[in-house]
Design a protein around this ligand. Structure first.
Ligand code: NAP
Length: 318
């Protein structure tokens, strides 16, 4: 397993991380979750991503981590989304962050979270209040590092400015959607911040929730698939005519050269240094093993160019 530092921090993450959304605590039994997590660790994966809002994922992952040396794990969780109808049970206020971190610690049965992310930007809370709270949590040892998720380049830049001015710990990473089907935001807006601030990048939905692995490309929605658990709106974000057309072209290429679609999509991300860790979801051990193989696969320049021609990145401003 290759390990990469998250941004300019001293924290090493496995290049492949496992995400807990919908799979752990929801689609998978405890036995299946435990098998996947233990096997992932045996194969060198150290980073596991979850969030307060991922249903029962934190509890299920906490149970599955039993028997694994905690020091070997990099646990990432997040807060922002509403956890109840209570007016203060959402966002990035000091009150909600503190409540949320305590609840996540309990659910995962651990005394610290290695990486704690702001799951979105909170327009209703002063950024300084949010950052000050994250900085306090680091000083108290409840979290070790912090980061952002789905923040704009301007929001991230403001966070770095406040940290610089106030002497707060800066965010070490942005967790952003990045895949063959979703390139522009990261390539136009986040990559420059990597160069400027040493920001890390963890990417989510690297397989577009299964579309880039060939799921649901033939006009029927497999009821057992991850995409079948999504709302219509969210499903349409991944499974729309434009994406299906491109994914079918990837499927043809995959057949022609006898390399799995998921391997092409993941090795395109793994190759080079564009990302620090790829946060993938798996619903079986077979998918885990296949993805472990995928990040070892070396794309040659010709294949990379073919992928870039099927999935072009629209130039900034077009
Ligand atoms: N920060 C954020 O806002 C945010 C948002 C979304 C996700 N995330 C994180 O990113 C993680 C991954 O995102 P995701 O689950 O949306 O997308 P993903 O990793 O792109 O897709 C996961 C799905 O792809 C299919 N798959 C995976 N490996 C495969 C293989 N080798 N062969 C065939 N199919 C394969 C499986 O679908 P089936 O189960 O249908 O077989 C699996 O459930 C989440 O768990 C979460 O931790 C973060």
């Amino acid at each position: 397993m290759e390990y990469r530092k998250i941004g300019r921090s001293g924290l090493y993450s496995s290049l492949l991380s496992i995400g807990g959304w919908k799979n752990f605590g929801e689609r998978l039994s405890d036995t299946e979750s435990q098998r996947i997590i233990h096997s992932a660790v045996e194969h060198g994966i150290n980073t596991f991503d979850t969030a307060d809002v991922y249903g029962c994922a934190e509890e299920a992952m906490g149970r599955a981590f039993k028997g694994i040396n905690r020091h070997k794990l990099v646990l990432s969780s997040k807060c922002y989304w509403p956890m109840s109808n209570d007016i203060n049970d959402k966002g990035l206020s000091r009150k909600h962050i503190r409540a949320s971190v305590e609840n996540s610690l309990k659910r995962m049965d651990t005394d610290h979270i290695d990486l704690y992310l702001c799951h979105r930007y909170d327009e209703n809370t002063p950024l300084r209040e949010t950052i000050r709270t994250y900085d306090d949590l680091i000083r108290e040892g409840k979290i070790l590092y912090w980061g952002t998720s789905a923040w704009s380049e301007t929001q991230i830049a403001s966070a770095f400015e406040i940290c610089h001015e106030m002497g707060f710990e800066p965010p070490i990473t942005e967790q952003a959607e990045y895949s063959l089907l979703e390139r522009e935001h990261v390539e136009h807006n986040i990559q420059p911040l990597r160069a400027k601030y040493g920001l890390g990048l963890m990417c989510w939905s690297p397989l577009a929730s299964g579309v880039l692995a060939g799921k649901n490309l033939d006009n029927t929605l497999a009821p057992e698939s991850l995409l079948a658990t999504y709302s219509n709106q969210l499903r349409n974000k991944y499974l729309n005519d434009k994406n299906i057309d491109k994914a079918r072209r990837l499927r043809k290429l995959s057949k022609d050269i006898d390399v799995p679609m998921a391997t092409l999509a993941l090795s395109w991300l793994a190759d080079g240094k564009a990302v620090d860790s790829i946060v993938v979801g798996v619903s079986s051990l077979e998918q885990l093993y296949s993805n472990l193989n995928s990040i070892e696969f070396k794309l040659n320049e010709e294949l990379r160019q073919v992928l870039n021609s099927i999935f072009p990145s629209i130039p900034k401003g077009d």
